[in-house]
Design a protein. Structure first.
Length: 223
């Protein structure tokens, strides 16, 4: 690919990979304007919610970092935003294969790979971190939930979780369960609760530059 035509905007791509089964994702790819193969850059994987599943990448542009990129925001990292097929959930193993393809194709700073997502994507963020805790520098799940019994695997992971106190779709208690489970295991996750927010806790979260500054401060080598 000619990087000179893709810098500073996100472009539709598709990936066919092999595992023990076929791995296929459509995804949006954003490359920073100053990208150079000589300088590895951080990578952010964004996982959308259930409402954006399907076969239309324009749906993925509705929320989170893909929306901001479409509006012209410049990020200092690669952003990969896959689309989950209809009637499916995020699969950690398949996502890991996709990340591996990006690592192979672009100059990625392997010490700074981050995962964030909202609702179903928040679940995917927790799950991906539990399955591959050694791979990521930080997690930022938004209005998500997970499996508290596995949270001990995240005790050394930098985590900043977000939730709306009045969320009727994914109750606040689901986010609290994961955060408390990580804390009981010895971790120190951050947890931001928006007192008046319902399910949409993502707009305020992703509009906040502090989130991206915090992510970029986290590295695997710190652990």
């Amino acid at each position: 690919m000619d990087h000179t035509h893709t810098r500073g905007k996100q472009i539709p791509r598709s990936f066919d990979g092999s595992l023990t089964r076929k791995v296929r994702y459509k995804y949006l790819l954003y490359i920073p304007p100053d990208y150079s193969v000589e300088t590895p850059v951080p990578l952010v994987l964004f996982l959308h919610g259930a409402g954006e599943r399907g076969n239309d990448l324009d749906l993925v542009k509705k929320l989170g970092p893909p929306r901001l990129i479409e509006e012209g925001k410049i990020f200092p990292f690669i952003v990969v935003s896959p689309q989950c097929p209809a009637n499916r959930w995020w699969d950690a193993e398949e996502l890991n294969v996709l990340i591996g393809e990006i690592e192979h194709t672009y100059s990625v700073d392997l010490d700074r790979i981050y995962v964030t997502g909202l609702s179903m994507g928040g679940f995917g963020t927790w799950t991906l971190g539990v399955v591959y805790p050694e791979k990521f520098a930080a997690l930022a799940p938004v209005c998500g939930w997970g499996e508290p019994f596995a949270a001990f695997r995240l005790k050394e992971m930098p985590i900043w979780a977000f939730h709306g106190a009045k969320d009727p779709v994914v109750p606040l208690s689901k986010g609290e369960e994961m955060v408390e489970a990580v804390r009981r295991a010895g971790g120190s996750p951050r947890f931001t609760v928006y007192p008046e927010a319902e399910h949409d806790s993502w707009t305020e979260t992703y509009d906040n530059p502090a989130l991206y500054s915090w992510l970029l401060q986290q590295t695997r080598s710190q652990r």
